[in-house]
Design a binder for this molecule. Structure first.
Ligand code: ACO
Length: 365
């Protein structure tokens, strides 16, 4: 018997949510191509599609929006966030999700799961918006959940229609990606019949790791470190070729070609780039060119995180909040996966380990 390290070759569930073909660069949500989804649907319509399986009509969408609007944070959560020292927003989010689970009002129930998911999506916008306000030292408050994406953007000073559309697109692109480590952590928790909020608390802790959610921030810091397009070649030769460091924002476990989400991320980064950010964008584009040429034989391409940080920066968010924006977008996908699992094929996830320690021995005493 062999150990499947990293569960790379183990399938733990069926899914009708997200289809990925890493060789052809295809990503579909519920059968629809990701580029069609992002160009034609709103965040709310896409969230509904992921949770319910179909694009909503007007009435279905209004009902779903009313569930999301229920995601109001109780006063005790503001007091709790207020006690957090400045630090990792994902750890804060995990603590808040865990705290909201304390009164255990959301039990698993086929009649209530999707409605509760809507409410939790609303809660998540409030959680991350208020973590941002807390870290910035600003007053916390429940945001307007009628249009949560626009309300979230209000925490920066760059709230306008063009930026709101771009943030909405980014949040759709990040909404689901099958079962990476964070979704799997949520599935393990949900499989014990622990509740949805506790499952999200687990997911946040997995997502914060540098091998998973942290790449957008680190790729952006890489561009800042390089500083200018002229510095790209010497930087690349020193760090990537000579010191054999990993180029952050390049490579993917699944894709062996361009990640299909990149097209939109790149288009939006170019569209929103102003004079202040032009040097960073030009540095990133030059780095992409040099790296693509160097990695061509290994088939290593940029991943979404190469461009998403550029976009989030242009929208006015600081680099320490990039992983939070990814996590907030992913909440919907995680909820859709745990509901799909527990409603269709729930089984306690309990893998085995092969013992390789000392054989039987005795305590001499
Ligand atoms: N820079 C330099 N070399 C790389 C990179 C990279 N970014 N990615 C892969 N390689 C090389 C490896 O060194 C290895 O070379 P070798 O065969 O000569 O030893 C080969 O490509 C295969 O590497 P693996 O680690 O087996 O590839 P894997 O598919 O497991 O790695 C990963 C995927 C972890 C994402 C990797 O590409 C990486 O570390 N990238 C940088 C971090 C990053 O951008 N993470 C974001 C991932 S996407 C996301 O989470 C949304």
């Amino acid at each position: 018997m062999d150990v499947d390290l990293g569960l790379e070759n183990t399938y733990i569930k069926h899914t009708a949510l997200t289809y990925i073909d890493g060789n052809l660069g295809i990503l579909r949500y519920r059968g629809y191509d990701i580029n069609e989804v992002v160009n034609k649907l709103s965040f709310m319509e896409t969230a509904y599609l992921m949770i319910y399986g179909e694009i909503p009509d007007y009435k279905e969408l209004e009902t779903f929006k009313s569930y999301v609007s229920d995601g109001i944070l109780p006063e005790r959560i503001f007091s709790m966030i207020d006690t957090f020292p400045n630090g990792d927003p994902l750890s804060m989010a995990s603590s808040v999700f865990a705290s909201l689970a304390i009164d255990n009002t959301m039990k698993w129930s086929a009649n209530e799961n999707k409605k509760n998911a809507g409410k939790i999506i609303g809660l998540s916008f409030n959680i991350f918006a208020n973590i941002y306000l807390h870290i910035k030292g600003k007053d916390m408050h429940n945001i307007d959940l009628k249009d949560p994406v626009r309300a979230l953007l209000k925490v920066t000073n760059k709230n306008n229609e063009k930026n709101a559309k771009a943030l909405e697109a980014a949040m759709i692109l990040y909404m689901d990606h099958e079962i990476p480590a964070s979704t799997t952590a949520a599935l393990v928790t949900a499989s014990t019949l622990s509740d949805m909020l506790s499952s999200l608390s687990s997911a946040m802790n997995a997502l914060k790791g540098p091998l998973h959610g942290g790449a957008a921030e680190n790729a952006f810091l890489e561009f800042i470190d390089i500083g200018s397009p002229e510095n790209v070649r010497p930087w690349f030769e020193e760090h990537i070729i000579k010191n054999k460091e990993r180029l952050i924002g390049f490579g993917h476990r699944v894709y062996r070609t361009y990640d299909p989400r990149i097209k939109k991320f790149r288009e939006l980064s170019l569209l929103l780039c102003d004079e202040r950010n032009k040097r960073i964008l030009d540095t990133a584009l030059e780095l992409e060119k040099v790296a693509l040429d160097y990695f061509k034989e290994k088939r290593i391409y940029p991943n979404t995180d190469f461009f998403s940080g550029l976009l989030f920066n242009e929208l006015g968010f600081e680099h320490w909040f990039f992983t939070s924006l990814f996590a907030l977008s992913r909440v919907t996908g995680i909820l859709a996966h745990i509901i799909e699992y527990n409603e269709n094929e729930q089984r306690l996830i309990r893998p085995r380990a092969i013992y390789n320690g000392i054989n039987e021995r005795f305590i001499e005493k």
